[in-house]
Design a protein around this ligand. Structure first.
Ligand code: PLP
Length: 417
């Protein structure tokens, strides 16, 4: 028996998703940019998929930008938002020089992210910082895995162009208070508009900071998911975390004129409204939209089902190993359980589980093959022995009670010294 408990790393492609993708590999293979009927059919399929995703997330049709991954979407928002700011700052340099000379604060665009963001956000920001293109504030998290909201509030300043806080953490499953953060950012923007403040800002300044959330781990289980309801300007999603194909993601936008704030990082044929050049990956786009449809359709039921199975797993672990400690406090998505088996090494445990056909993870997927202690658990200030012995179980659509019973039954053997 094999039990896959690593759904937060990747999910299998849903059969229905696979089915709708198939015609676009070798029958309807045309380039959507071509004017002939082959091209038109491909374009129509993309249009339909884009409309499905736009409606599901409550945004305009032309505010869905398909990318090659969530990693790329995160790069697009972070690097792409810096570009117009830098260009604008350049144009206004002479006008602003006097004021900047008097001011002690940095002129660089400022970004705020949390310490527990995915590497695609964290390392992109670090890269901008290293190359002198941006200044970044890294927000602390508490021991339950939640970002410090008052630190976000205090860190907002005139130069802040972007706040990027993930909706759901991929290692511990905490659902961050995104709506509350959105409100704080809105209030900050409004405070710039106050009469006595206005003269300090250009019209361009007044539209910042913008708010982005990496919702890769949220689509399947967190609510609300519509951008207008959450109050975010940008959202990142990924195909392979929602039973769609790998190698497809999207940046979703909730702004009337995104081009004013965002510039492409991949240039060329100007596909995706000029925001992401490269011939569109038609089968993946079609599959992605089907995966969104299915995921949102079964969300509530599936969240309840997995909550029940996760509780069973948790009690099985407690029984087999009373010293186990569980990380992250509610609200948590119902598919992730992060546990420390103090006295064991997390890397060794992954191999032990694998020997019994059980796939688990030691943290984020990118680190699964490396001996790097989880920086998420480190940011939560957990004791070293808990960090070194943490294992992430992530459940999903094809996990049954039988699977969980099998894992619980094997635990004593797996943990046997
Ligand atoms: N953001 C989060 C929170 C993730 O969990 C992941 C994948 O692990 C990504 C971004 C990257 O997604 P992709 O594999 O589509 O680049």
């Amino acid at each position: 028996m094999r039990v896959y408990l690593d759904y937060a790393a990747s999910t299998p492609v849903d059969k229905e998703v696979f089915q709708v993708m198939q015609p676009y590999f070798s029958q309807e293979f045309g380039n959507p940019g071509s004017v002939h009927s082959f091209g038109q059919k491909a374009q129509a399929a993309i249009d339909k998929a884009r409309k499905t995703i736009a409606d599901a997330f409550g945004i305009d049709f032309d505010n869905v930008i398909f990318t090659g991954s969530a990693t790329e979407a995160n790069n697009l928002i972070i690097r792409g938002i810096i570009k117009p700011v830098s260009n604008f700052a350049f144009r206004l340099e002479s006008e602003k020089a006097q004021r900047d000379k008097q001011s002690q604060t940095s002129k660089l665009p400022h970004i705020i992210i949390s310490k527990i963001e995915h590497d695609s956000v964290l390392k992109t920001c670090q890269d901008l910082e290293k190359s002198g293109q941006a200044e970044v504030t890294y927000i602390e998290v508490d021991s339950g895995g939640f970002v410090n909201i008052s630190q976000i509030q205090k860190s907002l300043r005139k130069e802040t162009v972007l706040v990027s806080i993930m909706y759901v953490n991929n290692e511990i499953g905490t659902i961050q208070p995104i709506q509350k953060i959105a409100q704080i950012i809105r209030e900050f923007r409004l405070s710039k508009l106050q009469f006595q403040n206005q003269s300090k800002f250009t019209v361009h300044d007044l539209s910042y900071p913008l708010f982005h959330t990496d919702a890769v781990q949220a689509v399947n289980y967190a609510e609300p998911i519509r951008l207008d309801k959450i109050g975010v300007d940008f959202m990142t999603i990924s195909g392979h975390k929602i039973y769609g194909p790998k190698g497809i993601g999207a940046l979703l936008i909730n702004l009337p004129s995104a081009a004013y704030h965002l510039q492409p990082i991949i240039t060329g044929g100007e596909q995706e409204f000029g925001m992401r050049s490269g011939t569109e990956n038609v089968p993946e786009i079609v599959g992605f939209s089907k995966a969104v449809e299915i995921s949102l359709g079964m969300k509530q039921k599936e969240a309840e089902r997995l909550k029940f199975l996760r509780a069973q797993l948790q009690s099985g672990i407690q029984k087999a190993y009373p010293r186990a400690t569980f990380h992250g406090v509610a609200p948590l998505v119902s598919n992730i359980l992060n546990v420390s088996f103090v006295g064991y090494d997390s890397e060794e445990l992954l191999y032990r589980f694998d020997k019994f056909g059980i796939a688990v993870s030691g943290g984020s997927a990118c680190h699964a093959k490396a001996l790097i202690p989880s920086r998420v658990l480190m940011a939560m200030n957990l004791p070293e022995n808990e960090i070194r012995s943490a294992v992430r179980f992530s459940l999903g659509r094809y996990i049954t009670e039988k699977d969980i019973a099998f894992v619980c039954q094997k635990l004593p053997e797996i943990l046997g010294k």
